[in-house]
Design a protein around this ligand. Structure first.
Ligand code: G6P
Length: 489
């Protein structure tokens, strides 16, 4: 704080998300090694010089003993991270269960689990109880570290109950909540047994943000139709208290990708990849291995393209990077086997002794290898069945300024609203349409590629993650918290 002034020199932020931006590996009873994962949110907040952010979240590991917990807290403190310790049972019911078996599929229009899917994790009610309990544990840690003047920014579907818990602790706390997934049509949200309780707890926040205007509109409709509240152009009003609701489309740190292409290691990778795939066009998919990403649909569309275009058989290759995720959830395990089965069948059908049409990797790539891959790609395929935004499409565009490759993009990804004019938009469920778009993209004349790329590149480089974070936080600062409202009345 400045000496005679209550305004912080830098805006202090408490960023609360289910997962901390570091992965922790235990090396001994009291020693840990930490690796920072530079996801979108981390680079967004690191890039904003006016912020001094601390992170609160789960470290992704079970640490039952006090010695281990103390050592991990100490190691994390150096990275400005504060852990929330969740035991195995809570993780099972809250993270695997309510978050990833119920909310995640529902918000992506894949419906609520049927009995057999529910049975794998016990009942709906016990999962919801664990969800609330976990959110309360996050709130306890936030409350312990909160200092007057901090702004608390809660992230994603894991923490919909958090704004309410925080306001119960301290009504003066400035609380924002941002959803990184779609918010579905109110008709879908209505099916959720805990629909009202979740909406009410989110409404306890001062500012509620979504990636697109449509998601914000769906949220306001859910509040008006399900809770009977009043929707205004500003947000949702309940007995004189306004919760501001708005769209804040996220971006990437485009400079980080553009700069990476100059790094000698990346240039070497690019050279190797060009030699390896010389004479073939490279198509690329990079996804977490998640049912919302439409990976089976994408691969089937590629198969259809090969079926219909024999002249392309030895001239194109699809590289699919499928990063394993949520591997304890049975639906994800099923998806892995399904994808392997399809890839194997297609490679068996169209492969030769020296080449296969699909290279499928079940792992992530390091940042530099990924940038090189983006740079050599001719056509990127993003075929999500639903996706909050999809930043892979942004990253691809940022790395394509010399090649000017084509982006095939699902109309059901939030990114379709920003990159729609430059990309070829497809309905990922329509395999015939995706197959013909692949042909169109591979044959696209350079002038059209250049024009489309230019449009997207301009967008990606001018709507960055830093702008997104700054806009959200400054708007949150401008909201009037309920306590102030009451004083005014
Ligand atoms: C999505 C969610 C994030 C989540 C990420 C990885 O992007 O919106 O909140 O962190 O997936 O999923 P995981 O379950 O591994 O944290």
């Amino acid at each position: 704080y400045e000496r005679n002034n209550a305004r912080p020199l830098k805006q202090r932020l408490l960023v609360v998300a289910n997962r901390l931006p570091v992965s922790a590996v235990r090396r001994g009873e009291d020693s840990w090694s930490l690796e920072i994962s530079a996801g979108g949110l981390v680079s967004a907040l690191l890039g904003v010089k006016e912020f001094e952010a601390k992170w609160i979240g789960w470290a992704g590991v079970n640490v039952p003993d006090e010695i281990g917990q103390n050592a991990l807290s100490k190691a994390l403190a150096e990275k400005r991270c504060i852990p929330v310790f969740l035991d195995e049972e809570i993780v099972h019911q809250y993270y695997n269960g309510y978050c990833n078996n119920i909310l995640w599929p529902l918000f992506h229009y894949l419906g609520l689990p049927q009995e057999d899917r529910l049975a794998t994790t016990r009942s709906f009610q016990s999962q919801f109880d664990a969800y609330k309990k976990a959110n309360q544990m996050f709130a306890d840690v936030v409350n312990e570290h909160y200092e007057e003047g901090d702004v608390v920014w809660c992230h994603d579907y894991h923490l919909m109950f958090l704004p309410k818990c925080l306001k119960e602790y301290n009504i003066k706390m400035k609380v924002g909540w941002f959803l990184h997934t779609p918010f579905p049509s109110s008709e879908i949200h209505r099916t959720l047994p805990s629909r009202s309780e979740l909406l009410r707890s989110v409404l306890a926040a001062d500012l509620v943000g979504f990636h697109t205007y449509d998601y914000a509109r769906h949220f306001v409709s859910a509040c008006t139709r399900i809770l009977g509240l009043e929707g205004t152009p500003e947000g949702v009003e309940d007995q004189g208290k306004l919760t501001r609701v708005a769209a804040f489309p996220i971006g990437i740190d485009s400079e980080r990708f553009i700069r990476a292409l100059e790094v000698p290691k990346v240039q070497d990778h690019i050279k190797e990849l060009k030699e390896r795939f010389s004479g073939r066009k490279v198509m690329l998919g990079v996804d977490r291995l998640d049912m919302i990403k439409g990976i089976p649909q994408k691969i089937l569309a590629f198969e259809k393209f090969l079926e219909e275009n024999p002249s392309w058989h030895d001239k194109v290759v699809l590289l699919q990077i499928a990063v394993p995720t949520r591997t304890d959830v049975p639906e994800y395990q099923k998806l892995t086997s399904q994808v392997h089965e399809i890839v194997g069948r297609i490679n068996g059908r169209f492969g030769t002794l020296t080449a296969v049409p699909i290279h499928h990797l079940d792992r992530s790539l390091d940042f530099h290898a990924l940038c090189a891959l983006y740079a050599v790609t001719d056509v990127a395929l993003v075929t999500s069945l639903r996706d909050g935004m999809n930043l892979v499409s942004y990253e691809f565009v940022a790395c394509q300024d010399s090649k000017k490759g084509v982006l095939i993009l699902s109309e059901f990804a939030g990114a379709a609203q920003s990159l729609g004019a430059g990309a070829i938009l497809v309905n990922p469920w329509n395999i015939t349409e995706v197959a013909s778009s692949i042909g169109y993209a591979l044959n696209m004349p350079p002038e059209e590629r250049e024009k489309r790329h230019h449009h997207n590149f301009m967008h990606v480089t001018t709507h960055t993650a830093q702008d997104w974070a700054e806009t959200f936080v400054s708007e949150l600062n401008d909201t009037i918290v309920e306590a102030q409202l009451r004083m005014r009345q």
